[in-house]
Design a protein around this ligand. Structure first.
Ligand SMILES: Cc1cc2nc3c(=O)[nH]c(=O)nc-3n(C[C@H](O)[C@H](O)[C@H](O)COP(=O)(O)O)c2cc1C
Length: 225
């Protein structure tokens, strides 16, 4: 696959085949991902690659905690209010996904089912939990570097025929993730990536999200025109 094919073809995958992913392939993909740049080449990232019984326990604990009303216990600061511009984009992708899945606006059960799938990491066979060294807690650079490696990870996976969705719903109850994935205390949980072989028949997997145009996002400064 060319770089263009990876970058322009990749999309989030939220429906997976019930087919295991070989450990060697996961190691290869992670080795490629770790070519990502990082501040001072710190490489503060670490990964817990989880499957089988521990992943089932995470799905169960995460979902049960949320349904029981336990507060969000992710280990990063999130936004509290979403400005209209960003809210508009959230609504747009939600409409695309619900539209593909045939979930109507009034279909509360269908929507709830979709949200619960997210908390179960879309039942993917593998979850890659991205963590960083706790000594860097409080710096904004560590999450930045985790973002770089996570983007590299989803692209590397795609180049090998694997699909991913970066999934902050899956770590909503981070103590549950820490417990079942046995994440060391010197690591901060940043995000998880649900990963597996894409189910080509799963409608949401065909959704191509939109992007701002260069004219909207980019200012060229000091150029002739
Ligand atoms: C930090 C981060 C967290 C995300 N969390 C979720 C999530 O919890 N559930 C989900 O369905 N998608 C999640 N996504 C996927 C985004 O919705 C998706 O990347 C975006 O809509 C663009 O679509 P694309 O990946 O298909 O290009 C997340 C993406 C990022 C970068």
């Amino acid at each position: 696959m060319t770089y263009d094919e990876v970058v322009l073809g990749r999309r989030s995958i939220r429906g997976f085949l019930d087919k295991p992913v070989p450990q060697e392939l996961l190691a290869e993909v992670l080795e490629m991902a770790m070519r990502a740049p990082s501040s001072f080449n710190n490489q503060c990232w670490n990964f817990s690659v989880v499957t089988g019984a521990p992943l089932e326990a995470i799905r169960k604990g995460n979902t049960e905690g949320i349904l029981a009303g336990k507060p969000d216990s992710r280990e990063f600061r999130s936004f509290t209010t979403v400005p209209d511009e960003h809210r508009g984009r959230q609504i747009e992708i939600a409409k695309q996904l619900f539209g593909a899945m045939g979930i109507e606006r009034e279909d509360k059960d269908g929507r709830q089912d979709w949200v619960l799938r997210g908390f179960r990491q879309f039942d993917a066979p593998v979850s890659v939990v991205v963590t960083y060294d706790k000594v860097l807690l409080g710096s904004d650079i560590a999450p930045f570097d985790c973002g770089a490696v996570t983007n590299a990870l989803v692209n590397a996976a795609w180049s090998r025929g694997l699909g991913c969705v970066i999934n902050s719903q899956g770590i909503m109850q981070s103590p549950v993730v820490r417990q079942h994935a046995n994440i060391p205390e010197d690591q901060v949980i940043m995000i998880c990536v649900a990963l597996g072989w894409p189910d080509e028949d799963f409608p949401a997997n065909a959704v191509m999200s939109n992007r701002k145009g260069v004219d909207e996002a980019v200012r060229f400064v000091g150029f002739a025109d």
